[in-house]
Design a protein around this ligand. Structure first.
Ligand SMILES: Nc1ncnc2c1ncn2[C@@H]1O[C@H](COP(=O)(O)OP(=O)(O)O)[C@@H](O)[C@H]1O
Ligand SMILES: [Mg+2]
Length: 237
């Protein structure tokens, strides 16, 4: 399996805190579905923010397509085209007046023609079953709908890697089922999909590859089928 993203011995600590990532080495295999598992505070979001170039490690290396990423301003700006990040909380991601404008925003900033923007936004609204919401204001939507709009805004840019931070968090049962079927449809044809979740049953059936974090360390990594995540399951119940 080719790795599209790779961290080697990465250490990061938050200012005025001892928490973060400790000597994390992980591979994100290309065009696979990857589940990142771990209890609250394990370091999942910190790992994602590092992969997105937002947090710069204190030490260690980061490779994208085999090329070392140095966290310069220029490299960070370019990274946005390759890696799309969907925050756990859609409230921090949505800001435009209408759903359509929100989804279109990133693409418009990439200098794509308006007709291409329209075509791509419509394609992903259809894919996520949210076309009927296009003229609504984001604040009029349910929490689950907001999550789908935030996901659309990332998918529409067709990044090589899509990172979803806890897509099931705070969803009700119906919204969760809807999110599951979206994730099932989101086949990694041409795309690498990384998701963190507490839903181990879904992760087991959905993911090809798994990464387990605990207190800022990577404690297991490999083919999902081969992972021993029973201990983690017990810890969750
Ligand atoms: N901005 C921050 N400042 C200080 N500590 C933080 C900050 N964000 C997260 N942490 C701490 O870092 C650890 C990892 O957090 P996080 O990556 O958010 O975990 P997860 O996403 O797995 O729940 C936790 O102990 C958390 O309290
Ligand atoms: Mg988190």
């Amino acid at each position: 399996m080719e790795s599209i993203l790779e961290l080697k011995n990465v250490c990061f600590t938050y200012p005025r805190s001892s928490k973060g990532l400790y000597n994390v080495s992980v591979c994100i295999p290309e065009k696979q579905r990857i589940a990142v598992l771990g209890l609250n505070g394990a370091g999942k979001s910190t790992l994602f923010l590092t992969l997105c170039g937002v947090l710069k490690p204190k030490s260690g290396e980061y490779y994208i397509d085999g090329k070392q990423f140095k966290f310069t301003k220029k490299e960070r700006l370019l990274l946005g085209k390759q890696i799309g990040y969907v925050f756990q909380d859609p409230e921090v991601q949505l800001f435009a007046v209408t759903v359509y404008d929100d989804i279109a925003f990133g693409l418009q900033n990439m200098g794509v023609t308006e007709s291409e923007v329209k075509q791509r936004v419509e394609k992903y609204m259809q894919f996520l079953n949210i076309t009927h919401l296009k003229d609504n204001a984001p604040h009029e939507l349910s929490y689950g709908q907001k999550k789908l709009v935030a996901i659309a805004g990332v998918l529409v840019m067709e990044p090589k890697v899509v990172i979803l931070d806890e897509p099931f968090a705070w969803l009700d049962v119906v919204q969760e089922e809807n999110m599951k079927s979206m994730l099932e449809k989101l086949s990694p044809q041409g795309m690498t999909i990384v998701m963190s979740t507490h839903n181990l049953d879904f992760a087991k059936e959905w993911a090809d590859y798994g990464i387990v974090l605990n207190e800022g360390e990577c404690v297991e990594e490999g083919e999902m089928k081969q992972l021993n995540i029973e201990e983690l399951i017990h810890a969750n119940h």
